[in-house]
Design a protein around this ligand. Structure first.
Ligand code: NI
Length: 394
């Protein structure tokens, strides 16, 4: 195992210049969810160069590749990378700045893809030294419902051959490059989209006796909904209900017919999650009706919460410490952001961990989903080595 570990470490350093070039190429040509055609073509070309077999067109733009070690049937594990970018205009002044206007790899999925390609190359080159089969899943649309993971699972990505366990890796600017973070059990929240249409009766703002004011109704609804987290949920279960969009297109002297509210509900308990949906619907509708209006409630069920398998995460942590040193593996706190990797964890033991990509000395600090997000590319060496090591030994 020591030989394999050292070969993987050396392999990752060797493949780094290529990974950096791949990441920069993907960064320059980002594509939105389910439109990752050029990215998929780029991945397919790299896999062909490496002599790795793959299937294209899964969940539209997804790719699944297979690398076989010794006794391929004895164990089958999977690594997953997402490929989609975000509708953000990049503000970084770098040579590899996004060339696709209004689209940016601001969540590091370019790095996830480059790292997984790097791991593929390393695993392929030392295939005689590890046992089993590694499935590489290049997944579309992590950022947009219904999420590429659920579609790929439906299209059989975890079958034929059947996958026993899976890892997903995500960039993490608060953690310095060279380190990784892990957490067993519940890690990231479920995430559902809430769309409310508040219906009243518009008219002249100076004649309130003739209108049913949906602007005032929406203000009451917003306040009334606050009791869901404060009064209805178990205080020991993290929950959040936030509304980021409120649209009332009246004027100083015009009351509109309708007001639109859009928000998100997140939590860590599947039963409570759907109970909360019912409370949202009831409180919004009944508040509107009490004031003479009505409210249409559309809740789009998104990703479940991310549950990291306890035993797999413990093992992964041990392996990460062996590869990187105990000082480079840290505990992560729970977070209320969501991830469609959660769907894999509902099928098989799964572990979603974070790759440190920040570097205060190089002023690389911007958070994900911001226009100045970037990574310390040296993190790819850690990322690819750990993916290869987990796949070969975990
Ligand atoms: Ni992401």
């Amino acid at each position: 195992m020591t030989t394999l570990k050292n070969r993987i470490k050396e392999g990752s350093r060797k493949v780094f210049p290529e990974m950096r070039a791949w990441r920069r190429h993907l960064h320059m040509y980002p594509e939105l969810a389910f439109q990752e055609f050029e990215s998929a073509r780029f991945i397919a070309e790299r896999l062909t160069e490496m002599g790795i077999n793959y299937r294209e067109g899964i969940a539209k733009t997804g790719i699944v590749a297979i690398i076989e070690g010794k006794d391929p049937a004895t164990r089958v594990v999977a690594l997953r990378a997402d490929m989609d970018a975000l509708p953000i205009e990049e503000k970084n002044e770098v040579p590899y700045r996004s060339q696709n206007k209004g689209v940016m790899h601001a969540c590091g999925h370019d790095a996830h893809t480059a790292s997984l390609l790097g791991a593929a190359k390393i695993l392929k080159e030392c295939a005689e030294e590890w046992t089993g089969t590694v499935k590489l899943i290049f997944q579309p649309s992590e950022e947009k419902l219904p999420g590429g993971a659920s579609v790929m699972i439906r299209e059989g990505v975890l079958k034929n051959p059947e996958v026993a366990r899976i890892w997903g890796q995500h960039v993490h600017p608060p953690l310095v490059a060279g380190k990784v973070g892990m957490r067993a059990g519940p890690y990231m929240a479920s995430a559902d989209e809430i769309y409310l249409t508040i219906k009243g009766k518009g008219g002249h703002a100076a004649l309130p006796q003739n209108v049913i004011d949906p602007v005032l109704i929406s203000a009451h609804i917003l306040l009334a909904l606050q009791q869901i987290v404060s009064r209805k949920s178990n205080p020991l279960t993290p929950s959040v209900l936030s509304f980021g969009k409120l649209m009332a297109e009246g004027a100083t002297n015009v009351i509109p017919d309708r007001v639109f509210l859009e928000g998100t509900f997140r939590t860590f308990d599947e039963e409570w999650r759907f109970e909360a949906h019912q409370w949202i619907e009831k409180i919004a509708r009944d508040t509107a009706r009490a004031m003479g209006g009505d409210c249409e409630v559309d809740i789009r069920v998104g990703y479940p919460y991310v549950h990291n398998d306890e035993a797999l995460t413990k093992k992964s942590r041990q392996l990460a410490e062996e590869l990187l040193g105990a000082e480079n593996v840290v505990d992560l706190p729970q977070r209320m952001t969501g991830e469609d990797f959660a769907f894999y964890g509902r099928e098989i033991p799964a572990c979603f961990y974070r790759l440190g990509t920040g570097n205060p000395e190089k002023n690389i600090l911007s958070p994900i989903h911001s226009a100045t997000f970037d990574i310390d590319e040296e993190a790819l060496i850690t990322g690819a080595a750990l993916e290869a090591w987990l796949a070969a030994a975990g």
